[in-house]
Design a protein around this ligand. Structure first.
Ligand SMILES: NC(=O)c1ccc[n+]([C@@H]2O[C@H](COP(=O)([O-])OP(=O)(O)OC[C@H]3O[C@@H](n4cnc5c(N)ncnc54)[C@H](O)[C@@H]3O)[C@@H](O)[C@H]2O)c1
Length: 353
């Protein structure tokens, strides 16, 4: 099988490519990535050497329909697996347009090209966050039939893309599947995201900044379990269907910070508290019964074990994240914008009271 993977230089795409090439020795992967700040080709350096005959990199933007068409025409993939996205909620608050361009219009370009070239399958990677939030004390979990109630620009862009993918199935018969996954953790995750951020800050004795709502809970899944789930949907999923992918393991942000400090032997005094981000969802929890029942997928990596391995990976790969942090220093304008935005929001909230 030949796969066209988009966004394969990001966190989950990297882990997926590494997983797939090892697991399926006859398959070939074309990785189409724009290499935004979140894309990092060093993630796949060893893969390029080890699998040079089964791995191709194509540098480009999923919004560029001419480029995407050329890639599909040249490589004739059996499936497009779409990971490419702007994925950081906080950045979406500052720059929603970028998120709608890539996540919605980019997905539409891919769907159109898939349709035009009759690509036999399209699998779209989505998130639990499209369903909105649950109250902390709710016994409920979101099944695939739950209504979409996104509350942040990132979530709204992912929800819009899911609707588009479904619409191409219903209107044009495009053979699609979608997987909506809970929060992932694992190696190669950009240090702006919670677990690597806390791990790398603790390693540098820098503060771990928690929002006041740090009792907010998330459902955590190891990225390798996510990759296995995607594989089972690709191989056995029913066309036109959506599958939730979660672990059932919920941890608050406070619990995550405590776990990381404990593993690294760092003091609790590194924790500091700041006001909440706007639209900060309280809790997400997926009902993943469908993928358990229909495809026999279940997560196999226990949370504590997966977290210890992940933290150890950041301990051992300091060069990897230090380079990203150095590059991000030029992005400090964004931080200033964020500070200004938060201050204005606090002032508006005071007036509204
Ligand atoms: N990280 C999570 O916890 C999580 C959970 C559920 C779903 N998801 C979804 O999984 C997918 C991958 O997430 P991630 O955490 O690996 O994201 P990431 O931000 O680490 O990687 C995104 C990748 O997409 C590439 N990209 C961005 N815009 C592009 C464009 N216009 N054209 C081509 N490539 C482009 C980037 O260069 C990067 O390599 C996303 O669709 C995300 O919504 C993520």
């Amino acid at each position: 099988m030949k796969l066209l993977v988009t966004g394969g230089a990001g966190f989950i795409g990297t882990n997926f490519i590494r997983y797939w090439l090892k697991e399926y020795p006859d398959d070939v992967i074309v990785n189409l990535d724009r290499l935004t700040y979140a894309g990092n080709l060093t993630n796949l350096k060893d893969i390029v050497l080890a699998y040079s005959d089964r791995y191709v990199f194509a540098h480009g933007n999923i919004l560029d329909d001419t480029f995407v068409s050329e890639i599909v025409e040249t490589h004739q993939p059996d499936i497009i697996v779409n990971f490419a996205a702007e994925s950081h909620n906080s950045r979406a608050i500052l720059n929603p347009r970028e998120f709608f361009a890539t996540n919605v219009m980019g997905t539409q370009v891919l769907l159109d090209v898939a349709r035009q070239y009759e690509v036999p399958r399209f699998h779209h990677i989505s998130t639990c966050e499209v369903y909105g939030e649950l109250p902390l004390d709710s016994p409920d979990a979101f099944a695939e039939t739950a209504p979409y109630r996104p509350q942040t620009p990132y979530n709204a862009s992912k929800a819009s893309a899911d609707h588009l993918v479904n619409a191409y199935f219903h209107s044009f018969g495009l053979p699609i599947t979608i997987s909506n996954c809970s929060n992932n953790y694992g190696p190669y995750q950009h240090p702006e995201k919670l677990i690597p951020l806390f791990a790398t800050n603790a390693l540098q004795d820098l503060p771990l900044t928690l929002y006041r709502s740090s009792h907010n809970r998330r459902e955590w899944l190891h990225v390798d379990d996510h990759c296995r789930a995607i594989a089972s949907v690709i191989h056995n999923g029913k066309i036109g269907e959506t599958y939730n992918v979660g672990s059932g393991v919920e941890k608050s942000i406070e619990e995550i910070s405590d776990f990381i400090l404990d593993v690294l032997g760092k003091p609790e005094s590194l924790k500091t508290y700041v006001p909440d981000r706007p639209g900060h969802d309280c809790r997400y929890l997926l009902d993943s019964d469908k993928i358990h029942r229909e495809l026999g997928w279940k997560p196999i990596i226990p949370f504590e074990e997966g977290m210890r391995q992940t933290i150890q990976w950041y301990v051992e790969n300091r060069d990897w994240w230090e380079k990203i942090q150095q590059d991000a220093k030029s992005d400090s304008v964004e931080e200033d914008k964020w500070e200004k935005f938060s201050k204005q929001k606090r002032e508006t909230d005071e007036v509204d009271k």
